[in-house]
Design a protein around this ligand. Structure first.
Ligand SMILES: [Zn+2]
Length: 175
C-alpha cells in the first residue's frame, strides 16, 4: 500500500473507501487549498478533489492530483483511481485502516478488529457483503476500461513515481 492520499471536502465517502482498502488517506473537510497542497507535498500524497482550482494549484507544485467529476458514483471513482495509480481493489481486514480516523487496525478476535488510534471496533459481519458488492462492481468497471493490465498487481512499488509525471504532462496537454 505505497500510495497515499489526501481527500478534500465532499468526498468523505471516497475517503472511507480508500481507508477500507488499506490506503493511508487523510480527509481534510474544511482546509484552505495551500494547506492541502503543503501536506500532500510533505507526505507525497495524491490529492483527490472535485475542485479544479485546487488541482491546478497542486500540479503547479509538482503534486499529483486526481480530479473527481461531480456526481460520479463511488464505484466508478475507485475504478478510475485503480487504473491510474495501480490500486488493488480488494479488501483485507488485516490491512484496512479505520474509516473514522485513518488509524491502523489491530486484530482482537477471530472476526473483530480495533482501531489502535480511536478504539473503534470493526466486526466482519453482514456489512461485509455490502463492501464486497461495491468492490466487485468497481472491479468490473475497471476491467471495462480495458487498460487495467498490470494495475491489478498488488505491488506497485517504484512504479508509481515514474508514471505520475508522464501522466500529468499528458493530461495537461490534453486539456
Ligand atoms: Zn480510528
Amino acid at each position: 500500500m505505497t500510495q497515499k492520499f489526501i481527500v478534500d471536502a465532499m468526498l468523505g465517502k471516497l475517503a472511507r473507501w480508500l481507508r477500507i482498502l488499506g490506503y493511508d488517506t487523510l480527509y481534510y473537510k474544511d482546509a484552505e487549498d495551500w494547506r492541502i497542497v503543503k501536506r500532500a507535498e510533505e507526505d507525497k500524497r495524491i490529492v483527490v478533489t472535485r475542485d479544479r482550482g485546487l488541482c491546478n494549484r497542486a500540479r503547479k507544485r509538482g503534486v499529483e492530483c486526481f480530479l473527481v467529476v461531480p456526481d460520479t458514483e463511488v464505484e466508478r471513482t475507485l475504478a478510475e483511481l485503480a487504473v491510474k495509480y495501480g490500486l488493488y481493489l480488494d479488501v483485507n481486514p488485516e490491512a484496512s485502516r479505520c474509516t473514522e480516523c485513518n488509524g491502523i487496525l489491530e486484530k482482537r478476535d477471530k472476526n473483530l478488529w480495533r482501531c489502535t488510534r480511536c478504539g473503534k471496533e470493526y466486526w466482519k459481519g453482514r456489512h461485509w457483503d455490502t463492501i464486497t458488492e461495491v468492490l466487485i462492481k468497481a472491479q468490473a468497471l475497471m476491467e471495462s476500461y480495458g487498460t487495467a493490465g498490470n494495475s491489478r498487481v498488488r505491488s506497485g512499488k517504484g512504479k508509481i513515481a515514474g508514471e505520475d509525471s508522464s501522466e500529468r504532462h499528458k493530461e495537461e496537454t490534453e486539456t
